[in-house]
Design a protein around this ligand. Structure first.
Ligand SMILES: CCCCCCCCCC/C=C\CCCCCCCC(=O)SCCNC(=O)CCNC(=O)[C@H](O)C(C)(C)COP(=O)(O)OP(=O)(O)OC[C@H]1O[C@@H](n2cnc3c(N)ncnc32)[C@H](O)[C@@H]1OP(=O)(O)O
Ligand SMILES: Cc1cc2nc3c(=O)[nH]c(=O)nc-3n(C[C@H](O)[C@H](O)[C@H](O)COP(=O)(O)OP(=O)(O)OC[C@H]3O[C@@H](n4cnc5c(N)ncnc54)[C@H](O)[C@@H]3O)c2cc1C
Length: 621
């Protein structure tokens, strides 16, 4: 209950739905079967929403976790991007027109931005929306091969609507990228409308249950009222008006999803992988620690603990950081709605930075969990391959991670430059205005404060050095853009250090807020381990300026190792506390009842390759 709040009743309801709990095994299906199966589940999910009166997004999420374990369904882009963009960018009239239909799933939409030639560089998108005052229509067109829309989830076969991001042209003038609501398929026949060429982009690394698609416009007309007009309007006669506003408001959908991904993708994915690997390591016995004694649980090997417990600590850290990220998003978004846009740059920076930092760490961590399960980890029965291929998508979608770190760094450079000119920073960067001690206060006690301070020192120093290096590159004759590029590796590392500090700080604040002393002690150990592993893995950053010395580094190593033994008795309980149901884990290795071998054997017998009458059998006979 530490994590889930009021979610459990909905989860139990979802688990009672036979269609979600049973059915064919995902691992034995072809891609088309996986997709069809997911659609059947989507329809059943929609029926459940009506039956149980599920309107609140959080309530629906509990159902989705059971209905679509470790995968994204076409409901992801619909409820995560289509509806939020309508709500955030539409006028009151437009919201009234489309949101109720979308929420009742009478129309299904997606977010159509990326093109064959451009994903990262949004200003390089080529799709045009040209206003024709005679017909009062926007004419959408794909002028080049590279302008074909490519990737949007649900576009291939499912969605009948989409929000298309396109360059607005009026009277030959380009007004930049704007969002347009576009009907894509007939509501009667589900066929693509004339003027549209569309389909699925083909098999991918993961995301089998999503029909990521392509879309080419051939001078396709949509009514004037279909441009989302909360912030900008095109009047009937073609006059363009806009509220005084930040032009980056049209990037709002991206900030929203980035903010959600930290918890929904990185936090959940890594916590599930740790649950599987740690439970399995308590079941699996191998080799001998002492002659003539029973084989130990592999979790008793220090090296196994060294692989898994830092990841467990990371899973908790990312989970807590994800919860905090969501809170910050909703807080700042409310401020923005009331006209206070001051914190938008910080929100953009922290959501970009944390999205990148946590999805990269989680992706790496999930793969480590798989390796820690030995041979059985390589089997699809472990559930880990599916978790990995879907979670690692988060490193690319919604802004490729390096690019996102550079956006975070850009903000950090702006803030640091401001501090040099006497401005006081606030929020997540207020430490850049502090006098940071160059003396390390770490002692063998390793208080959370002293650990967080070490990360603060590292982030502040790396940001300062990145800024100074940028200035030096410019002073030596490089233009600002070349200087940025020549400094970009250093900049991404500074952004990572900032995010790392933020994560340690969030974890520390959670530990401080816990009242139960026993829980507090255990969480403190995890937080210490997270921080100590961070110091050791990045030790160069901490010793480069003499902040940490060799003796202290030795203490760090010793404490890390002693924490492994301290955490061991609680390790299984700590993953059980995530409260994932077996259905959500989709893993034989991670089963709650521990019946691993018996079920692996049953599962293997069911594999389609063992069916007697098939082509392979005839060929081999
Ligand atoms: C309770 C509710 C729960 C709901 C749950 C929802 C569930 C969601 C979870 C989802 C889980 C799974 C679903 C997954 C489904 C997959 C969906 C994937 C969808 C997509 O991928 S959509 C396509 C996404 N595309 C991108 O992200 C493109 C990335 N590129 C960019 O964003 C930009 O091009 C850029 C890299 C940021 C550069 O932009 P630009 O060139 O315009 O800007 P500059 O670099 O020149 O900077 C200028 C200036 O603007 C600032 N800035 C940039 N972006 C923003 C922004 N978004 N907001 C505010 N400010 C921004 C920048 O910092 C500069 O500022 P400065 O001049 O320095 O002050
Ligand atoms: C599973 C999945 C689902 C998706 N769903 C959607 C969707 O629903 N809707 C939608 O519109 N899009 C969607 N996308 C597209 C996605 O948003 C883009 O793929 C993503 O933004 C990355 O852009 P890109 O493909 O252009 O990468 P590229 O920019 O081509 O990246 C390639 C490499 O170039 C580097 N690079 C690029 N620019 C810079 C730079 N300025 N500085 C330094 N390095 C740089 C990157 O770091 C990376 O290493 C999806 C993608 C995936 C994988």
């Amino acid at each position: 209950m530490l994590f889930k709040g009021g979610g459990l009743p909905h989860e139990s309801l979802a688990l009672q739905e036979k269609l979600f709990g049973a059915g064919p095994d995902y691992n034995f299906m072809t891609r088309i079967e996986r997709f069809k199966n997911s659609l059947v589940r989507v329809q059943h999910f929609i029926r459940c929403c009506a039956r149980y009166n599920l309107h609140d997004h959080a309530d629906k999420k509990w159902f989705e976790g059971v209905a679509f374990p470790n995968e994204v369904s076409v409901l992801g882009p619909h409820s995560g991007m289509f509806i939020p963009t309508l709500k955030e960018q539409g006028s009151e009239e437009q919201i009234q027109k489309w949101v109720p239909q979308a929420e009742k799933h009478q129309i299904m939409g997606t977010y159509i931005q990326t093109e064959l030639g451009h994903g990262t560089f949004v200003r390089g998108l080529e799709t045009t929306a040209t206003y024709d005052p005679k017909t009062e229509e926007f004419i959408l067109n794909s002028p080049t091969l590279t302008s074909i829309k490519w990737w949007p989830g649900g576009l291939g076969r499912t969605c009948n609507f989409g929000i298309v991001m396109a360059l607005l042209y009026i009277d030959g003038k380009n007004y930049g990228m704007h969002p347009f609501v576009v009907q894509l398929r007939s509501l009667k026949t589900h066929e693509p409308l004339p003027g549209l060429t569309m389909g699925d982009i083909g098999p991918k690394f993961g995301f089998d249950t999503v029909d990521n698609g392509y879309l080419q416009f051939n001078h396709f007309g949509i009514p004037r009222e279909n441009m989302l007009m909360k912030y900008c309007q095109v009047l009937k006669n073609g006059t363009y008006t806009k509220q005084t506003r930040n032009p980056k408001f049209s990037y709002g959908a991206m900030i929203f999803v980035r903010s959600m991904v930290v918890y929904e993708v990185a936090g959940q994915g890594l916590a599930k992988a740790c649950t599987i690997a740690i439970r399995y390591s308590a079941i699996r016995r191998q080799s001998e620690l002492k002659k003539s004694r029973p084989e130990p649980q592999i979790l008793d090997y220090q090296t196994q603990q060294y692989k898994l417990f830092p990841l467990l600590a990371l899973a908790y850290a990312v989970w807590f950081t994800g919860v905090r990220m969501k809170e910050i998003y909703f807080m700042v978004n409310n401020e923005i709605k009331q006209g206070h846009t001051e914190r938008l740059p910080e929100l953009h920076a922290i959501s970009s930075g944390l999205k990148a930092f946590t999805t990269s760490m989680a992706s790496w961590g999930i793969e480590r969990c798989r390796l820690a399960c030995g041979g059985h980890g390589y089997s699809a029965a472990s559930g880990l391959p599916k978790i990995y291929v879907n979670a690692t998508g988060g490193c690319t979608y919604e802004g490729e991670n390096t690019v996102m770190l550079l956006q975070c760094a850009r903000f950090l450079m702006n803030i640091y430059g401001g501090v040099k000119n006497g401005r006081r920073p606030s929020g997540s960067v207020n430490y850049l205005g502090e006098r940071i001690s160059s003396r390390c206060t770490l002692t063998s006690e390793f208080t959370l404060k002293s650990l967080a301070d070490a990360f603060k020192h590292r982030a502040a120093r790396m940001i300062k050095e990145a800024s100074e290096r940028l200035n030096r590159l410019q002073a030596s004759g490089n233009d600002p853009e070349d200087s940025w590029n020549l400094n970009s590796v250093v900049l991404t590392k500074a952004a990572e250090a900032h995010c790392h500090y933020y994560m340690v700080l969030v974890f520390e604040s959670v530990v401080e807020s816990v009242e139960d002393n026993c829980v507090k002690d255990i969480l403190r150990q995890l937080c210490q381990l997270l921080a100590l592993c961070g110091i050791q893995e990045n030790s160069g950053d901490f010793i480069q300026d003499g902040f940490l010395n060799n003796d202290q580094l030795e203490l760090v190593k010793q404490k890390q190792l002693s924490l492994l033994s301290e955490i061991r008795p609680n390790a299984v309980l700590l993953v059980d506390a995530f409260e994932f149901h077996d259905v959500q884990l989709g893993s034989i290795l991670g089963r709650f009842d521990g019946n691993v071998y018996e079920n692996l054997f049953k599962w293997a017998k069911k594999t389609p390759l063992n069916k007697p009458e098939d082509l392979i059998h005839r060929l081999l006979r």
